[in-house]
Design a protein around this ligand. Structure first.
Ligand code: ATP
Length: 235
């Protein structure tokens, strides 16, 4: 579904990621691991069109998408859920969800169906549909950010650190929801610091260090890799 080959991206003269290769097969959950600043978010920004690649290719369903405009990439079926959630805090929960459906604005039936699915997945969003997004708890805001991304009916969802700042119990629920979304047919590329939780739901993973991928393999392989355990899992 997604093939990233030799991807290099820069901020001005600073090379943030270098010759990154990633392969995501339809139906998978793939996790990007690595410390703060290792290059995971830059990879996402380059896929979603917010940053132009300096070199390399990004092929999505046989189409070269590297450097395309973000709205075109959403239309092709890739939606990013950013680390800082980027909600509209003054707007209601429901209005935030509707913003995510912009790409399907001419298909009212599709929007209604997506809204139903999101409300079933996260019933609290239905209960709080009239409340301002900014009044929600951290976990609820993360649900809203994911719900809004789902409203676009993505084929591939880019999830940047969905567990950041959440209490352990909420993190557990969040990962269950991500598994559910995947089972319902959305392929997922996930960046996470919480390697343990992420690898337990992922098919495979890539480990970043200083802008480069240093190890990759199936979740089982990464779990049993001594260096990965030491650096990212503990024990
Ligand atoms: P985090 O979890 O902190 O977002 P990350 O693995 O996603 O970490 P990136 O945000 O991709 O890492 O950052 C990779 C490198 O690029 C870091 O050295 C960072 O300082 C740098 N960087 C990120 N955004 C910018 C920017 N807008 N301008 C300049 N440098 C940046």
């Amino acid at each position: 579904m997604l093939s990233i080959m030799g991807l290099t991206a820069k901020y001005g003269k600073y090379t943030s990621i270098k010759e990154v290769n990633i392969e995501v097969i339809k139906g998978e959950i793939v996790v990007l691991l690595g410390a703060n600043g290792a290059g995971k978010s830059t990879t996402f920004k380059t896929i979603s069109g917010l940053l132009k690649p300096a070199a390399g290719e990004i092929i999505f369903n046989d189409e070269q998408i590297g450097g395309k405009q973000p709205d075109k990439i959403v239309e092709l079926g890739i939606v990013q859920c950013a680390e800082d959630r980027k909600l509209f805090p003054q707007m209601s929960v429901q209005q935030n969800l509707m913003m995510g459906a912009y790409v399907h604005r001419r298909n009212k039936g599709q929007i209604k169906q997506s809204l139903k699915e999101v409300n079933e997945l996260f019933p609290i969003l239905y209960d709080k549909r009239e409340d301002a997004a900014g009044s929600l708890s951290g976990g609820q805001q993360q649900m809203l950010a994911i719900g809004r991304a789902l409203m676009a009916k993505p084929k591939l969802m880019l999830l940047d650190e969905p567990s950041i700042g959440l209490a352990p119990l909420i993190v557990e629920q969040m990962f269950k929801s991500i598994e559910h979304i995947n089972r319902e047919g959305t392929t997922i590329l996930l960046a996470e610091q919480n390697a343990n939780a992420a690898l337990s739901i992922a098919d495979k993973g890539y480990v970043y260090e200083n802008g480069k991928i240093v190890v990759h393999g199936s979740s089982a392989e990464l779990f049993s890799n001594e260096e990965v355990r030491k650096a990212y899992i503990g024990a």
